[in-house]
Design a protein around this ligand. Structure first.
Ligand SMILES: CC/C=C\C=C\CC(=O)SCCNC(=O)CCNC(=O)[C@H](O)C(C)(C)COP(=O)(O)OP(=O)(O)OC[C@H]1O[C@@H](n2cnc3c(N)ncnc32)[C@H](O)[C@@H]1OP(=O)(O)O
Length: 299
């Protein structure tokens, strides 16, 4: 019996699978975000406060978290693009919020400290929802990407920018050590500790070429429209692959970044002990053999 026939037999056997019905809230109406679906299984999340240069306020953090917690389980989503409307990606933390936080009307330092921690943890959770979303997230940066913007893009899977982009780890210039992801993720996802430290300690602006050399981004497009096209092209390719394989890869890459090789190898063997039984394996193998495109059920 040919290998393809054999694979078909195994496929038919597994057809008795019942889809679990998942009920997720798929309401993507937000004040600070615009969410569209430019192609099948591809979502586009745009920061939508251009008049404030997409500065990140409490509503933004709350909505970003809600959006990515929904996308995580949305069966119609396999890849996500993230970009900013208007002149740039984001101006980072909304500074009016920072001054309100600093002038909080609580006398006792301990109690005030707890309130600060609560806000910081809340914002951390918001950005980490991007990393915890099983679907690969592609950041498309044009214009300014400052402070909280760097925290945000370092939680994304892939980062592309346009020639007019510029970056700054601006926190020391507003008097704080970055606290919602940059200091934790930036050194891990790039390859030049010395340069990372220089950028963090000086808060100076850096260019797409520097970001590319550093490994913060992996592609520079001519302009914003070419950037969106490039992101969409990559997202479509990702969306055409087995969602079991792609999402399992993201989960394992994040685990491997944060754990020892030995533990990560154990994790992936346990993971694939389950996932290799998926129909996607047979479908992908059959498609490879027959040089045809496979289509995969929703996940
Ligand atoms: C718990 C702590 C968690 C996280 C902490 C993160 C720290 C950071 O994010 S530090 C970085 C803070 N951001 C900045 O320092 C950027 C400040 N903005 C700028 O440098 C510029 O505005 C610009 C982004 C380079 C854009 O310049 P331009 O295009 O010339 O626009 P402007 O006229 O300057 O701005 C238009 C409008 O937007 C308001 N705005 C800009 N950035 C912010 C911001 N970060 N927060 C609040 N508002 C901002 C600006 O005031 C203007 O408002 P008008 O009312 O029109 O004057």
């Amino acid at each position: 019996m040919s290998l393809t026939k054999n694979l078909r037999l195994v496929m038919n056997k597994s057809n008795g699978l019942r889809q679990l019905s998942t009920s997720i809230d798929t309401n993507y109406n937000f004040k600070t975000l615009k969410v569209t679906a430019p192609s099948e299984y591809v979502f586009h999340v745009e920061f939508n406060r251009p008049e404030r240069r997409n500065a990140m306020n409490p509503t933004f953090f709350a909505e970003l978290r809600k959006c990515f917690e929904q996308l995580k389980y949305d069966q119609d989503c396999r890849a996500v693009l993230v970009s900013g409307k208007g002149k740039g990606f984001t101006a980072g933390l909304d500074l009016t919020e920072l001054s309100q936080m600093a002038s909080m009307d609580i006398e006792d330092v301990g109690r005030k400290g707890f309130q600060f921690q609560r806000v910081i943890e809340d914002y951390q959770t918001s950005l980490t929802s991007i990393e915890k979303c099983h679907k690969p997230v592609i950041a498309l940066i044009h214009g300014h990407c400052i402070g909280g913007g760097i925290d945000l893009i370092t939680a994304c899977d892939i980062r592309y920018c346009s020639k007019n982009a510029w970056f700054s780890v601006r926190e020391v210039d507003v008097g704080l050590a970055a606290d919602i992801g940059t200091l934790q993720r930036f050194p891990k996802i790039t390859g030049n500790d010395s340069l990372v430290r220089e950028l963090v300690y000086t808060a100076r602006n850096f260019t797409p070429d520097e970001a590319l050399k550093l490994g913060l981004i992996s592609h520079i497009s001519e302009d914003e429209s070419a950037l969106i096209n490039k992101g969409l092209e990559t997202a479509k390719i990702i969306a055409s692959k087995s969602p079991i394989a792609v999402q399992g890869s993201k989960i394992n890459l994040v685990f491997a970044r944060d754990n020892k090789v030995e533990d990560s190898l154990k994790f992936v063997s346990a993971w694939n002990g389950g996932m290799l039984q998926s129909e996607d394996l047979i479908k992908s193998a059959m498609a490879s053999m027959s040089k045809e495109e496979a289509t995969f059920s929703k996940l």
